[in-house]
Design a protein around this ligand. Sequence first.
Ligand code: PSU
Ligand code: MN
Length: 309
Amino acid sequence: MNEYLQCSPEVEAALFEGRPVIALESTIISHGMPYPQNVETALACQRIARENGAVPATCAILGGKLCAGLTEKQIDCLGRSGLAVIKASRRDIPLLLAQGLDGATTVAATMIIAQLAGISVFATGGIGGVHRGAEHTMDISADLEELANTPVCVVCAGAKSILDLGLTLEYLETRGVPVIGYRTNVLPAFFTATSPFPLQWRAESPKEIADAIAAAKALGYQGGMLVANPIPADWSMDEAVISAAIENALIEAEESGISGKAVTPFLLAKIKDLTGGKSLASNIELVYNNVRLAAQISCQIPDSRFQKV
Ligand code: PSU
Ligand code: MN
């Protein structure tokens, strides 16, 4: 095993025995939600994974180690620390490891840990993508490149329209990433189930997705896969309310000169304030929905391991 990788005993045993394991990220804990809802949500995700037959491997960088499987205490610590923890994407990993630091892992960094550990399915809320105005800012999330290069299947609720959804799909197409709508023909827009952007592929069951993962694995495919799972109807937000909140948050970000990796956390917090907390409740439910689906997919993969590195 890689000297920097540290799987919890439970995750280690499950992987060794070929039992289903799913990865969960930690930027969503430290930077995506306020305390204490972030910790409650992260712990509930672990419960939901187990109820659906998968061992949860919440990932983070702690003391310079790539950790897969955290204790409640470690999750609580990440949640309390909030923005004080470094938001860690691919570019940050070598430095955090060399200096023995902590980092809350984004989708990209969590995919890297998952692949090293041999975990092939990962549940999150929303992925990073091509930001609106990227033609000027070049702000394109490293999550997209990771999906192109790392063989992990990421289950998300689409992407927020703080991003340019059309360009995000174009980028994924260019980089050869399959995007599969789960019981939908269009890319979900995170807080709402639909968007004007059609998808090429649709799956009706977790088994269909597991079969696609198995085929990619058999080919030794380099890249990952994205499953877009729409927010459940009961939790979907009003289109006009959420669009107005996003527009206002984008204006505030621009006026405050927010840039780089601070953009997404800033927008998320603003949107929550502007919707009186409604967006947070929806956000939490869509994550649970994704954890459920990811666990069900992992249970359909005969040997849920990608090749160990
Ligand atoms: N989108 C959300 N919630 C999140 C994130 C994105 O709706 O919490 C987080 C994820 O961890 C994602 C990261 O991987 O932000 C992307 O950040 P950036 O755009 O800086 O790459
Ligand atoms: Mn960015």
